[in-house]
Each structure stands twice: as C-alpha cells, then as structure tokens.
Design a binder for this molecule. Sequence first.
Ligand code: FAD
Length: 401
Amino acid sequence: MQTPKVVILGAGYGGLITSRQLEKTLRNGEAQVTLINKHDYHYISTQLHKTGAGTAPDEKITLHIPDLLKRDKIQFKKGTVQGVDFTSKKVQLESGEFIDYDYLLIGLGFDVSTFGIPGVEENAFKIKSFRSTKAIYNHMLRQFAAYKEDLDPSRLTFAVAGAGFTGIEMIGELIEAMPKLCLKYDIPVSATKIINIEASASVLPGFDKEAIEFTESYFKKNGVELMTATKIIECSPTSITLDSGEELPSRTLIWSGGVRGNTLLEKLELPISKGRIIIDKFLRVKGMENVFCIGDAALFMKDDGTPLPPTAQVAIQQAEVCGPNLIASLRGEQLKAFEYHHKGTVASIGNKAAVGKVFGLKISGLFAALMKQVIEARYLFVLGGPGLVIKQFLKIGKPHS
Ligand code: FAD
C-alpha cells in the first residue's frame, strides 16, 4: 500500500499548529505530509498593525517556516495555491504544478471585506498580510518626505476605518509611531493627524462599557479625532468622503472594516457561507471525509446557531483537534468533535495599554498590555517551545523610526 499523502494549504496559525501536531504524533513513514504556503515565512497576523506603523522590526513579525518544522516529518513547499480538483485529489499551484493528496487541510486564512464601497479596494491600505502592512509603512514614509517639500496637510492625515479590534490596535501603534517619524523628518508632531472613522456609535462594539470608555479617553488624551456613527461612502487617492457629505483630505486610509474568508475559497465549489467554508463538528468540509478546513477560512457553527469568530484563538484550538483528527482518519479511528473554549480577548493600544477580558476578568491599561504580551508569548511557546519564545524576545532588530 502506498504511503498516504496529507497536504496542508496555508502556514498561518491553523496550518502551522496542525503541522506541529502531526510531527509529534505520526509514526515514521505513516504519512507523507506537505505544507504549502505562498511565502517561506510565517507572519504573526496578530501583530501586523506593528508592521504597518513600523513599531516592530520585521524579524519579530516573521518566522522562517522551514526552521519551525521537523523536516523528516513535514516537507515545506513554497507555492501559491490556485485551485483544487476534489475528484482527482490534486492541488493546483500558480506555477502550474499539481500536488496529489489523500487528505487535505484548507487553512488559507482571511481577506479584507471592503463591502464594494467605491474606491476603497483601489485606494485604501489593508491590514491583511506582512506585505500589505509593510506597504502602509513605506507609504507613510513617502508622505512624510513629500510633506517636507509641499507642506500639504493631507499627507500627514492618517485615517483608520473601523474601530473594532484591529482598527483600535492600528490606531494604538500610529499614536506611538508619530513622534518617532516626526523626529526622523524634523516635522512638528502637531502637523500630524490621526482620525478613526467608525459606523457604530462607539469604539469596540461588543466590548464592555469600561473597555470602550478607556479606549475613547485614551484616544482623546493622545489627540486622535474619533468619528463614530460615521460611514465612509467613497475613497480617492487624496480624500475620503463621509455619509455626512464631508470630504476629508487624506492620502492614507487604512481599512479595517471587517474580514471574510480568503477570496480563493469561492472558486473551490465547496459549501460556503459569508465567504467561509462550512465545516462539521469534526472540522471536515461539510459532506467530505478527507478534506478538513480550519481558522478564518472555515465557518463553524456553535450550538446556538451563531458562527465562531475569525480569531487566532479559534484557529489554534481547531488545529489542536484537527491534527489528531487527520491522524485518526488515516488510521481509521474515531474522530473527536471540536469544542471551543473562549479564554478571553485583549486588544492592545500601543505597547503600554490594552483593554479586554481574560478568564472573565475585565482588564485595562498597563496590566492588560503585559497580559497581551503573555498571550503572544504563549503562541510562540505552542509553536516552538521555550527556545522560540527566548529567540524571538532576543531579536534585537530595531523598530523602524
Ligand atoms: P492566517 O494566519 O491568515 O494564515 C493563512 C496563511 O495562508 C498565510 O500564511 C498566507 O500567506 C497563506 N495563503 C493565503 N493564500 C494563499 C494561497 N493562495 N496559496 C498559498 N498560501 C496562501 N486573533 C486573536 O485571536 N487575537 C488577537 O489579538 C488578534 N489580533 C489581530 C490583529 C490583527 C492586526 C489582525 C489582522 C488579526 C488579528 N487576529 C487576532 C485574527 C487572527 O490573526 C486570525 O484569526 C488568524 O491569523 C487566522 O489564522 P489562519 O491560520 O486561519 O489564517
């Protein structure tokens, strides 16, 4: 009998942690596992806002994938997935290459929803990947340099659309980045403006009153112009049009208005809802026995009929069940039903403040910021043990300034 082939698409939180699970449990020669990802680095998505603002060095946000894997157990292949033929069980890469599988895991992550608002897709910046956030930082540098020449205030007006989790984290980093950038370009901080535009009545919809109040007052103290109950209806390279009719002169709109599953998923002809693949309680694509899907790409319905949110916390917990379920499938054993245990949510507002709830306890300020660091360190620990935690903390690459 031929060795079964397991193929994992995407080396994000879901794909990587599943790979680690397989490494630990698979017996030698029991399966041939291939992990496919667009780049040979994994980016820590939960810290992409730092890349966008230039407040963390690239080496802290990206990890070289082959270094994270036991190569005798998992093969890494750099490639961009273009499609999957579920009948002949082949993954097609953009390079034209086909990869055979017996068992497949789809962990292709998220895309940004722009809701068809005119000009947003073309002109706004997205917090989506390492590259897309690096583009935000490089654009900001160009705006600072150009401002020295033409003193056009729209160049130093930085707008963030959305005051949900990601939007707040982005604003927090911008607050910290501005003084450093101003020093670098010898421009007064008073020439810069940070605007947060949110359609709901407050920041952080769904968070506790205390978290909302803490964040709004933190923004006020740091000069952020908060526009709640305001919708963006159009965006051009030099301005943002609001539903009030007002036109804000700004050359930087950072869009964090919501996420959806990777747009590629729609081409796969699988059961899909809201851009995400519908999965069963064992994390398999509905109606398929050999295709699994987890993380932001997957739509898992809770018993109360609501979907699990697209978070790293969900992706990691799913991966911890998906690995054993893939092995159980190979061995013809019983699969385990996935159960989600929410441990809490903490949104950072720069390095020194955060808000959220951990194990039911409401936290804010510096303590919450420290808690956020513990959560990030825990992820590194799950991924690569204490060695990786220490290695990442010792990376001294300087933040950009
Ligand atoms: P991803 O981590 O997105 O990984 C998908 C992988 O697939 C990537 O490596 C990508 O390169 C690869 N890929 C995509 N398309 C292709 C293709 N065609 N071919 C090959 N490879 C491809 N969640 C939390 O729980 N807590 C937080 O504090 C938190 N903070 C966040 C802050 C920010 C700024 C952002 C953007 C998100 C945050 N999230 C947070 C959400 C979290 O990052 C996502 O839920 C998580 O990354 C989902 O993991 P995933 O494995 O499904 O996908």
